[in-house]
Every structure is written in structure tokens, then in C-alpha cells.
Design a binder for this molecule. Structure first.
Ligand code: FES
Length: 146
């Protein structure tokens, strides 16, 4: 069996929505410290709807395919729906990812959420902080208290 589904290969070879939005309303950048991959998502928001979305991903093929699929899944959707997009839904839409590549789809989920949070912050829109847990809070930072 092939390692990657045809959909993964298609979105990797012909990624949708690649690029940058100069007039983005929200920008989210996330990275994975272990593999070093970085994903940046730009959102144009009109009337609480994702009117346009672009991404730039410096990373592996699965991260590119995940960003491409995730942008397709949220384009034209209300913010509330984009916030509900899970990495699982992205991986399923790609007809699956190998287990050791699931974290690539997590980056897509995190980048979208970070971009929406950025939009809320820039526009002074109130939100429940619990909606945006810092994914790194649970990690060991290695700081020592004196
Ligand atoms: Fe890290 Fe794909 S290997 S995002």
C-alpha cells in the first residue's frame, strides 16, 4: 500500500491557496519544534465569514497537503465553523495520514486558530480565552526558578 493517499499527493503537488494576503485581517504562524516545520495562514474576514485564505508552509509534504486541504475546508465558511476544524477532520479529508505524520495536520488546525485569534485581538473582539489554549503551555519549557 502506498504511504500517502492520492489526495495527499494531489494537494502536495498542486497545493491550493498558496501565497500571502497583503490585506489580511488575521495572520497565524505556528511551528513544530521537533521537525522545525513552520506554517503561516492569512485570513481575509468579511461579516464573520472567511472570505479568503492563503498559506505559506515551510515544511514536509504532509504539512503542505494539510495546509492546502485545511484552507479549502474553511474558505467561505463562518469563523465559528473554522474554529471547529480539527486536525482529525483535515486528515480524514486527505483520506488519512500515516500516524507519524498526524502532527503535520495539527499544525494546520493550530495555524487557523492562531489567525482567528489574531483577527479578534486586532479588532478588539472579546472572546473566551479558554477557546485558545496555548498549545505550548503543557510542554516542558525547561526554565528553572531561582
Ligand atoms: Fe513536521 Fe510534517 S514532519 S509538519
Amino acid at each position: 500500500m502506498a504511504l500517502y493517499s492520492e489526495k495527499v499527493m494531489d494537494h502536495f503537488r498542486n497545493p491550493r491557496n498558496v501565497g500571502k494576503l497583503d490585506d489580511a485581517d488575521g495572520i497565524g504562524e505556528v511551528g513544530n519544534a521537533k521537525c522545525g516545520d513552520i506554517m503561516k495562514i492569512y485570513l481575509k474576514i468579511e461579516n464573520d465569514v472567511i472570505a479568503d485564505v492563503k498559506f505559506n508552509t515551510f515544511g514536509c509534504g504532509s504539512a503542505i497537503a494539510s495546509s492546502s486541504m485545511a484552507t479549502e475546508l474553511i474558505k467561505g465558511k463562518p469563523i465559528s465553523e473554522a474554529l471547529e476544524l480539527t486536525n482529525k477532520a483535515v486528515a480524514e479529508a486527505l483520506d488519512g495520514l500515516p500516524a507519524h505524520k498526524l502532527h503535520c495536520s495539527v499544525l494546520a488546525e493550530e495555524a487557523i486558530r492562531a489567525a482567528i485569534k489574531d483577527y479578534y485581538d486586532k479588532n478588539g473582539i472579546a472572546y473566551d480565552k479558554a477557546m485558545f489554549p496555548d498549545p505550548h503551555d503543557e510542554e516542558e519549557h525547561g526554565f528553572e526558578e531561582e
